[in-house]
Ligand binder design. Structure first.
Ligand code: SF4
Length: 502
C-alpha cells in the first residue's frame, strides 16, 4: 500500500485500510497556518544609490517576510539606518531613501510570529564591535543559541535585545584576534544551525553561509561593477544584475575596495539545502541552489501525474498554491488545466469579520469558485502543502458548496510531519495534521474523494539534484544539525527570539 495515497482506485489495498478521523480537534479559526520563511536579505557594495538598489532587492524578496523591513547604509564614514513595521513600500518613502546616502548597504525583510513582531526586532541589527559600527542581517535559525547566550552572559556579556544576531556580535567581540575577518570565522565556527548572513562595516560587505547551506544566498554584479548579494536570484533580475554564483556553504565572502575574497569556515558538513524552498517558499522565477524553481515545481506536477494517474475533467490550483505543479500535471496527463477559482486581488490585510453564519468567509472573500463552470465536474486540485488542514478543509467545502461532483487533491510534496528548526515557521509537530493522522484519515477529515501526496523520491527527482543535497527533515524527521536540548522552538533566528532577554 502506498503510504502517501488515499485514492479509491478499485483493487488498491489502500482502500481497505481506512481509519477514523478522531484525534485532531476541528480548528474553527477562519485562517489556516501557511508556513512562513523568516527573512530575506540583500546587500550592495559599490553603487552610488546603494540604498535604492537595496530597496528594490527587498521589494523582490517581500514574499520572504512581510512584517518589517530595514536598510542600513554606509558612506564610508557614517552608518545610517531606517527600519519600520510593514511592507517595503510602506516602510520607505522616496525621502527616507534619499537620506540613506552611501555606496554600501544591507537590507532585510522579516516575518515573525505574533508577540515577537515589533520594531525592536526589525533588522538589520546595528551594533558596535570594538569601537566600530556594524550591521547584521540574518536569514535562518541558529539551533545552539540558548547555550551560547548563557555562556556569554556567564562571562559578563550584557544583551540589549533578544536577537540571535546580537549573539553573533558578542561572539566576535570575545575573539582574541583583533582582525575582523578572523573574528568572523571564529564566531561562526561556534554557531550551529542555518544562517545566510550579511554583515556590513563602514567599508566592507561580508556574506556568510552555514556549512550545510540551508538557506540560499547568491552573488551578482550590476552594470556599473557594483556587487549584490541576495537571498534569491529574483532580486538580481529586478535591478538588472547578472548572477555570478551562489555563496558557497561554509564560505565567508568579503567584498571591499580590493574586490572579492573568500575564507572558509573549515567545517565539513553534508549539503543541507532546504528542499521546501523549492516546494513553497522561493519565488518561481528564482534559481535556488542552482535549480530553477518554476521548472522544479512543474516537474513535481508531472511526477504526480505518473505516481497518481486520475480520471477527471480538469486540474486546477487554488491560486497561488500549486499553480506550476498543476500545469505540469495537466501537460503530463492531458487533463485540461483550468482556473476554476477566482482570486480577489484587492484584499487588505484585515477586514471586518462577518456574522458567524457566514461560514468559510475568509476563504471565500479571497478565492471564489466559479459555480456554473465547476458544477457536476470531476476536479483535481493541486496544493503545495497541507499544514494544519483547516484551509484545505474550507476550500473543499467551498467546492462541495458549488456542486463539484468529485474532488481529488494532489499535494506537490510528501506529508509534512515534523517541525522545522532552520528558519521556517512551522507549527509544532502536534499541530501538523500529518503528524497526527494517516493519509486516509486526512482524506476523510477533508472530505475528499482522493488524497495523494508526492513521494519523497519524486520530490527529489523533480529538482534534478541528488537526494543528499537536501534537508528533508520536515518530511523524514532526519535533522542534519540536531538542535541543542535547550533549543526553543520560538527562538526566531532571523533576530527575534521570543526567549526573555535576561
Ligand atoms: Fe526546509 Fe523542512 Fe529542512 Fe526546514 S526541515 S530546512 S523546511 S526541508
Amino acid at each position: 500500500m502506498l503510504p502517501n495515497c488515499s485514492a479509491s482506485c478499485p483493487g488498491c489495498p489502500a482502500v481497505a485500510g481506512s481509519g477514523d478521523s478522531a484525534g485532531l480537534p476541528l480548528v474553527t479559526s477562519p485562517a489556516d497556518f501557511r508556513p512562513k520563511d523568516e527573512c530575506g536579505v540583500c546587500g550592495i557594495f559599490g553603487h552610488p544609490y546603494a540604498a535604492k538598489i537595496t530597496y528594490f532587492g527587498l521589494y523582490s524578496l517581500q514574499h520572504r517576510g512581510q512584517e518589517s523591513a530595514g536598510i542600513v547604509v554606509s558612506d564610508g564614514e557614517q552608518i545610517r539606518q531606517h527600519k519600520g513595521m510593514g511592507l517595503v513600500p510602506e516602510v520607505f518613502s522616496e525621502e527616507d531613501l534619499s537620506q540613506l546616502e552611501g555606496r554600501l548597504a544591507v537590507g532585510h525583510v522579516r516575518y515573525s510570529t505574533t508577540g515577537a513582531s515589533n520594531i525592536v526586532n526589525a533588522q538589520p541589527f546595528v551594533a558596535t564591535h570594538r569601537g566600530a559600527t556594524m550591521a547584521v542581517a540574518h536569514n535562518g535559525n541558529l539551533v545552539n543559541i540558548r547555550s551560547l547566550r548563557n555562556e556569554l552572559e556567564e562571562q559578563g556579556s550584557v544583551f540589549q535585545s533578544t536577537m540571535d544576531s546580537e549573539v553573533v556580535v558578542h561572539l566576535m567581540a570575545r575573539c582574541r584576534d583583533q582582525d575582523l575577518e578572523h573574528s568572523i570565522v571564529e564566531a561562526f565556527r561556534q554557531i550551529k544551525g542555518a544562517y545566510s548572513i550579511l554583515l556590513m562595516t563602514k567599508d566592507k560587505l561580508v556574506a556568510v553561509r552555514d556549512p550545510g547551506g540551508f538557506r540560499p544566498l547568491c552573488l551578482g554584479k550590476l552594470n556599473n561593477g557594483a556587487y549584490i548579494v541576495a537571498s534569491e536570484t529574483c532580486a538580481l533580475d529586478l535591478v538588472e544584475a547578472h548572477y555570478i554564483r551562489d555563496v558557497e556553504p561554509g564560505e565567508v565572502l568579503i567584498i571591499d575596495e580590493n574586490g572579492l575574497r573568500s575564507l572558509s569556515l573549515g567545517q565539513d558538513q553534508p549539503r543541507s539545502f532546504c528542499i521546501f524552498e523549492h516546494v513553497y517558499f522561493a519565488r518561481p522565477d528564482s534559481d535556488i541552489f542552482g535549480i530553477n524553481v518554476y521548472q522544479s515545481r512543474k516537474r513535481m506536477g508531472e511526477i504526480l501525474a505518473r505516481e497518481c494517474p486520475l480520471d477527471a475533467d480538469l486540474v486546477m490550483p487554488f491560486p497561488d498554491s500549486g499553480n506550476y505543479a498543476a500545469v505540469g500535471y495537466s501537460q503530463a496527463s492531458g487533463i485540461p488545466f483550468e482556473m476554476g477559482v477566482i482570486r480577489n486581488h484587492y484584499i487588505g490585510r484585515t477586514f471586518i469579520q462577518p456574522t458567524q453564519s457566514m461560514r468559510d468567509f475568509s476563504v471565500r472573500v479571497k478565492l471564489n469558485p466559479v459555480r456554473s463552470f465547476l458544477e457536476n465536474k470531476r476536479v483535481i486540485i493541486m496544493e503545495d502543502s497541507i499544514i494544519r488542514g483547516t484551509t484545505a478543509r474550507s476550500r473543499v467545502r467551498s467546492l462541495r458548496g458549488v456542486g463539484v461532483k468529485e474532488i481529488h487533491m494532489v499535494i506537490s510534496c510528501p506529508p509534512t510531519r515534523n517541525p522545522c528548526y532552520y528558519g521556517i515557521d512551522f507549527p509544532s509537530g502536534g499541530e501538523l495534521i500529518a503528524n497526527k493522522k494517516t493519509v486516509e484519515e486526512i482524506r476523510q477529515y477533508l472530505d475528499l474523494d482522493t488524497l495523494y501526496y508526492l513521494s519523497l523520491d519524486g520530490l527529489v527527482e523533480a529538482t534534478g539534484a541528488p537526494a543528499d543535497y537536501f534537508c528533508k527533515a520536515c518530511f523524514d524527521g532526519k535533522y542534519p544539525v540536531p538542535p541543542d536540548p535547550e533549543f526553543h522552538k520560538n527562538s526566531l533566528g532571523c533576530g527575534a527570539s521570543t526567549l526573555p532577554c535576561r
